[in-house]
Design a protein around this ligand. Structure first.
Ligand code: ZN
Length: 388
């Protein structure tokens, strides 16, 4: 038995208006200081007020939110007793909202041990709305939650299907004018979600269509969104693509690019999309070398110049990614990120150990052991093709 899950998704450049129909008493925002400064919190609060809801704001979420921040948000939330929790911002704010909401519902839960096997009985006190202001993580449409343990320098990928937001507001007016660097990083995250979701060992009939469509949208519209932050068409399509890719991987999981990307991001503080997007071509080569993958399907759907066999499909996909990277000025090696070789080699055992502890490792179509991971990290550092 399989279950396909998705939040209710409201999309378009006027999607925020939907909130004027919300029923409830009190809403609690989990967000960051920029969302207040840009006036986004105010915009949402006005819609809530029209629906007769009061609201309070926790605006202290940092990039790569820590457990400590989440606990603090949960405490303040508990005192306010909201019946709606709103995660507003990028992946960090939405993930922090999920985790803080869980602790509000279940103060006894251990946030480091949240897992899909346990029943948490959420939604006794509140329901969750996610409003993304970047087009990347797809956190608005998934139950995945990534926190950072700052002391251990590692990412905690946690989650239970109960953390899937009830409502995702995918309003493209919130992403107009995003800077090019953020556009490139988050857009590569979308593409990585789409490709890893389609090639994961848990890919299925329901997730496949979402994955292919998201890949097509991202490959088509990312260059335009990068070149002109105010291109409403490109922005809207990328915003949809992020949520669609989220629904895809939320129902099929990811792969090695995310296991390695989480690891590099935690040790060297590389933004999530920059990190996972960098590994993607290397992971495609590694996985395709093992045979029996589905990259030719993707290449075919994207109308890339590829034959029918797997190797040609994978090669065409890697070539398209390299071409895209050039268009959006995206680093193709770890060295190009400015990380010194000494520091990298010294961190290699930690990088491998982190990746091995990441659950996304197990959904990659070709399994990577410690030796493979160390070699893959070195290929990605030097920008060398993967030849085994
Ligand atoms: Zn991602």
């Amino acid at each position: 038995m399989w279950i396909f899950s998705s939040p209710k998704v409201v999309f378009g450049d006027d999607a925020l208006e939907y909130l004027e129909n919300l029923r409830g008493q009190r809403a609690f925002f989990v967000t960051d200081a920029n969302m207040v400064a840009f006036g986004f919190v105010d915009q949402v609060q006005q819609r809530l007020a029209a629906a007769g809801l009061e609201s309070a704001v926790f605006a202290e979420v940092e990039p790569n939110p820590s457990l400590q921040t989440v606990r603090r948000a949960a405490e303040i939330m508990a005192a306010y007793e909201p019946d709606w929790v709103i995660g507003l911002g990028g992946g960090s704010a939405m993930d922090a909202a999920k985790a803080a909401w869980l602790l509000y519902e279940r103060p006894d839960a251990d946030p480091t041990a949240i897992n899909p096997m346990e029943e948490y009985g959420l939604r006794q006190k509140a329901r969750l709305i996610a409003i993304p202001t970047t087009s990347g993580t797809g956190s608005e449409a998934t139950w995945a939650t990534v926190l950072t343990d700052t002391e251990l320098q590692m990412k905690l990928s946690m989650g239970t299907p109960e953390l899937l937001p009830d409502l995702a507001i995918v309003d493209s007016s919130l992403v107009l004018g995003l800077p090019p660097r953020i556009t490139a990083d988050t857009g590569m995250d979308v593409l990585t979600h789409a490709i890893e979701a389609y090639t994961s060992t848990l890919a299925n009939d329901f997730s496949d269509g979402m994955a292919l469509k998201a890949a097509e949208l991202a490959l088509t519209y990312l260059p335009a969104a990068y070149a002109d932050g105010a291109d409403a068409e490109a922005r809207g399509r990328m915003h949809n693509a992020a949520a669609i890719a989220g629904i895809a991987f939320g129902n099929s999981m990811l792969g090695l690019s995310h296991a390695m990307g989480h690891s590099l991001g935690a040790v060297f503080h590389v933004p999530h999309g920059r990190s996972v997007g960098l590994f993607l071509p290397y992971v495609i080569e590694f996985t395709a070398n093992g045979g029996g993958t589905r990259y030719a399907d993707i290449a075919h759907f994207l109308r890339l110049p590829a034959g029918d066999d797997e190797a040609a499909g994978a090669a065409a996909l890697v070539a398209a990614l390299r071409d895209l990277a050039q268009q959006i000025d995206f680093a193709c090696s770890i060295q190009a990120l400015g990380i010194a070789r000494d520091a990298f080699e010294q961190a290699l055992p930690k990088l491998v150990a982190n990746a091995e502890a990441d659950n996304q490792l197990f959904f990659n179509a070709r399994f990577a052991d410690s030796d493979d991971l160390a070699r893959l990290f070195m290929c990605a550092y030097e920008g060398r093709p993967v030849d085994w």
